[in-house]
Design a protein. Structure first.
Length: 418
């Protein structure tokens, strides 16, 4: 059988080899079974939205705002110039007071006295010095220093240490507990002075540097941004308009400077919110504009003169407003009237609802109090009140706010950073 198959097998094998050679060498010469004649090519289907994307010579191109390429030179890589300009004017403040410490009752017994120095007088109380650390800012060439009231409160002696190593005793020019500011004065030559900027121009997102003496380790600079402006209702001071920053503020930074990238002061570091006692990114500074105005009043008049009505106000809730016949909780309830004060002399009574002051509706009690504080004493001030469902207009003569006699609350003290 092999004799009959072989003659036919060799031609088949030769044909396959020739076909493979042609496919490898000349593939384009072979017809493509999958191609179609040009007359039979499929016609493209028109898109339903083709009319919407057809070019039109009358249609303007869309105005797309293209961001500029990111530049590595847009921001500074160092704030050393700002620190070099501002830091020499930031000082360390050491305040001390003498505390009378009574001796142990057994020390007055002659039997126990024989075991101690016979020359000592154990019948009198001992004195002990308490020191605290804080910061301050030199704001004028004639030696005026701004700091916080709580840094030097109750101090018998205040010592100021400059960055260049000089130290001197400071004189208290005046304090304002209600804004937590104090003004000192030192007598030295060639004092470095910080520049004050308009704090009304401070914007959220601005870079801020906090300079002070945290924990007594020495002058330290921290960086952050302005987190918020106009912070109030914090319960720290009677008059609040804080700049909030996340620049690290720690114990000892009180009274130090919050400066911008140009080295100008935008505020006085004052307090922090903290659960641990250290910085947690929520710090507060008194704006430079407010600090400047209080500085001027303390230097020229020895006190801060504020307008005063002599009332104790309570916020008006929606339920209380409805009980007084008011559709909206606008105004404040007069909960108390100071005897002999401006409100008492004008005829205001507890239970009245104060709706407007000088024609301006009261939307927030604390804001209204700040506005009244800026009115000079002796000014006639028109008021609108509701009494027994009836609206009454009266005029009050603004008085001068007396100095506070109550100390800061324990809650406020826990929020201070020194």
């Amino acid at each position: 059988m092999r004799r009959y198959v072989l003659p036919y097998l060799w031609p088949v094998i030769s044909g396959v080899l020739i076909a493979a050679l042609i496919l490898l060498v000349l593939p384009e010469q072979l017809p493509n079974p999958f191609s179609q004649p040009a007359s039979q090519a499929p016609t493209p289907v028109a898109s339903q939205s083709s009319a919407a994307i057809e070019p039109s010579p009358n249609r303007p191109a869309p105005d797309i705002q293209q961001a500029a390429p990111l530049s590595r030179h847009q921001g500074p890589v160092s704030y050393s110039r700002a620190v070099e300009q501002a830091a020499p004017a930031v000082v360390n403040i050491y305040s001390s007071r003498i505390v009378e410490r009574d001796q142990h009752p057994l020390m007055s017994d002659p039997f126990f006295q024989q075991f101690f120095d016979s020359q000592g007088d154990y019948t009198t109380s001992h004195q002990r010095m308490l020191s605290s650390l804080g910061s301050g800012v030199i704001v004028s060439a004639d030696g005026y220093v701004l700091t916080n009231h709580h840094v030097i409160n109750g101090a018998d002696e205040i010592q100021v240490a400059l960055r260049d190593g000089r130290e001197t005793l400071a004189e208290v020019i005046g304090t304002d507990p209600e804004s937590d500011l104090a003004v000192l004065r030192i007598n030295l030559d060639d004092l470095p002075v910080i520049q004050l900027t308009d704090s009304a121009d401070v914007a959220v997102g601005d870079v801020a540097l906090a300079i002070g003496n945290p924990f007594g380790v020495g002058q330290t600079v921290t960086m952050g941004i302005i987190s918020a402006t106009g912070r109030n209702h914090l319960g720290l001071n009677a008059y609040e308009d804080f700049i909030q920053t996340d620049a690290a503020i720690n114990p000892g930074n009180s009274g130090g400077a919050l400066v911008n990238p140009e080295g100008a002061m935008v505020g006085i570091n004052t307090a922090i919110f903290s659960r641990s006692g250290g910085s947690q990114g929520i710090g507060f500074a008194i704006p430079a504009n407010l600090a400047h105005s209080i500085l001027d009043e303390l230097v020229t008049q020895g006190r801060v003169i504020r307008g005063w009505l002599g009332i104790e106000a309570q916020a008006l809730s929606r339920e209380l407003a409805a009980s007084f016949g008011l559709q909206t909780p606008q105004g404040v309830i007069i909960a108390g009237v100071v005897s002999g004060g401006p409100a008492a002399e004008a005829g205001l009574e507890p239970g009245d609802v104060l709706l407007a002051v000088d024609g301006q509706p009261i939307l927030d009690a604390r804001t209204t109090m700040s506005d009244i504080a800026s009115i000079p004493p002796g000014t006639s001030l028109p008021l609108t009140v509701v009494r027994s469902g009836e609206r009454i207009k009266m005029t009050l003569e603004v008085g001068e706010r007396p100095l506070p006699t109550t100390p800061l609350s324990q809650q406020t003290l826990r929020q201070r950073d020194t």
